[in-house]
Design a protein. Structure first.
Ligand SMILES: [Fe+2]
Ligand SMILES: [Fe+2]
Length: 248
């Protein structure tokens, strides 16, 4: 899926007033050190395997709170008079509950494969229980700050960018894993595989919400763009942390 697929038409408000604000951050994400390392054609398969273990184990902390973050942001929007957006966010929250379970299962499968290959033994539970890396913490802090702020609708910008990553960056990473590690490795990436599919629908939904919000309140574009930009920057920092962890 590309950005064009989710675009209803060329003169929409999202394209005109929101997307210019996140364009540079999207570019930075694709050229980020960690993302480029994981998606390089000549990446070492052992590094890529270890990177995926970092991605899934650290990702649990970023995925488990998601339904709570979206619900609380929705409730804050309702408090501030944006009842329609608030209700839509609360509806979306239900669709995110429990997705960290996939990250946990994937960590276990990847670690089992790693240990079976004879690499220095890893423990999935220990990896999952680690303290947050700087990138993970920045991602968590961004959500909490957005909810507490007087522009909680920024959550929609965060959600749009992150779920869009599933359908734009996700397939690039998956294709490289299949090529470098072999297609059988994809079986241990249920979170990524599922999200490439379900976030296509979520992205269309988010874009519709963005369009409606900007239609009524064009001035909100700035807060949405700042939140979307910060979401991409912190997720990119998380991906860099995964690459750094895989090299250790
Ligand atoms: Fe999800
Ligand atoms: Fe989603």
């Amino acid at each position: 899926m590309t950005l064009t697929d989710v675009r209803a038409n060329d003169d929409d408000l999202v394209a005109a007033h929101y997307e210019p604000l996140v364009r540079q951050a999207r570019r930075n994400y694709r050229t980020g050190e960690g993302f480029r390392a994981a998606c390089a054609e000549d990446v070492d398969p052992i590094f890529l395997h270890r990177f995926l273990i970092e991605f899934c184990s650290l990702g649990v902390q970023m995925t488990e709170p998601v339904d709570g973050w979206i619900r609380r942001a929705g409730e804050r929007c309702t408090e501030l008079g944006l009842g329609e957006l608030g209700a839509a966010l609360v509806r979306h929250a239900d669709h995110e509950a429990g997705h960290h379970e996939m990250m946990i299962a994937d960590t276990r499968t990847l670690v089992d494969g790693w240990n079976a290959d004879g690499h220095p033994t890893l423990d999935a539970d220990q990896l999952i229980a680690r303290p947050a890396t700087p990138g993970v913490q920045a991602y968590i802090d961004l959500h909490e700050a957005t909810i507490a702020s007087d522009t909680p609708w920024g959550q929609l910008g965060i959600e749009y960018e992150i779920e869009l990553l599933s359908v734009t960056a996700g397939p690039v990473l998956m294709a490289n894993v299949a090529k470098v590690c072999g297609p059988e490795r994809l079986a241990s990436l249920s979170f990524l595989e599922d999200h490439i599919e379900i976030d296509a629908g979520h992205t269309v939904f988010n874009r519709r919400q963005l369009e409606a919000l900007l239609g009524d309140h064009l001035h909100m574009a700035d807060a949405l763009g700042s939140a979307g930009t910060a979401a991409l920057a912190s997720h990119s920092a998380f991906i860099d942390d995964c690459a750094a962890g895989a090299r250790r």
